[in-house]
Design a protein around this ligand. Structure first.
Ligand code: KIV
Length: 284
């Protein structure tokens, strides 16, 4: 059954944990859906996982719409959230509403996500008023990597912890239906989750959140160079499995073992005899 904003809220009320994973393409999205995951995030992390950028900042609205469309074609029965990329909502409320609308009209997503707390309250309010559900994102917000001075855990001292709590309240008051908490100390994330009536989705924020999200490549063990953040658990080693499969393919192509008889198509032998009589050894 496809989740909805009310059903996700009910999951929090019932104490049922929400599962979310990123996906960026049709095939992965359809596999995620067949596994029964509650939600898919088309994260702007695709800038790093799919496009090879160092961070998410170069990702454009067109990149996001393209990938969101691929995902929603592959996962028609899963709640899909499109991630608003850097500078698609910060400059003005009008731009934010217009770009959020593109995720719905062109991407066919069910909601959008944007990064920031009290400072993006006007955008959250306006997008929500346009009937577009908004998921907020607090803590380590990767689009602010330069302001943070790196990918660091957030909210570790009293001032920043209080700020996070206030931001969480502000985005809920502005109308957000959900919030991602990234790289926030576990006890603080649990406190924020208790304080909000909307679900919190943690990534590096402990088990006290109402749900969890992981980047697909991290979860599947496909991260180039094998980098593994502390909060990631690899549920498979697909990177290694893929490398071995590509190696075997390479070996079998070179040895002639692939393709075998069963991978080929037949033609009438009499016809081939005729053709060979005419054409064999006649290159010119
Ligand atoms: O872009 C992304 O994948 C995200 C998740 C890490 C929450 O924002």
């Amino acid at each position: 059954m496809k989740q909805t904003v009310p059903s996700l809220l009910k999951m929090k009320q019932d104490g049922t944990k929400i599962s979310m994973v990123t996906a960026y393409d049709y095939t992965t999205a359809s596999i995620v859906e067949s596994a029964g995951i509650d939600m898919i995030l088309v994260g702007d992390s695709l800038g790093m996982t799919m496009m090879g950028y160092e961070d998410t900042l170069p990702v454009t609205m067109d990149d996001m719409i393209h990938h969101t469309r691929c995902v929603t074609r592959g996962a028609k029965n899963t709640f899909v959230v499109g991630d608003m990329p850097f500078l698609s909502y910060q400059a003005s409320v009008e731009e934010a509403v217009h770009n959020a609308g593109r995720f719905m009209k062109e991407g066919r997503a069910q909601a959008v996500k944007l990064e920031g707390g009290a400072r993006v309250r006007p955008q959250i309010k306006a997008i929500t008023e346009a009937s577009i559900p908004v998921c907020a994102h607090l803590g380590l917000t990767p689009q602010s990597v330069n302001a943070f001075g790196g990918f660091k855990v957030q909210g570790k001292n009293e001032k920043t912890a209080r700020q996070l709590i206030e931001d969480a309240r502000a985005i809920e008051a502005a109308g957000a239906f959900m919030v991602v908490l990234e790289c926030v100390p576990a006890r603080l994330a649990a406190l924020i989750s208790e304080n909000l009536s909307i679900p919190t989705i943690g990534i590096g924020a402990g088990s006290g959140c109402d749900g969890q999200v992981l980047v697909c490549q991290d979860l599947l063990g496909m991260t180039p160079g094998g980098f593994k953040p502390k909060f990631v658990r690899r549920f498979a080693e697909l990177g290694e499995a893929m490398k071995n499969a590509f190696r075997s393919y390479d070996e079998e192509v070179k040895s002639g073992a692939f393709p075998a008889q069963e991978h080929t198509f037949r033609i009438d032998d009499a016809l081939m005899d005729t053709l060979e009589k005419t054409y064999k050894n006649r290159r010119e």
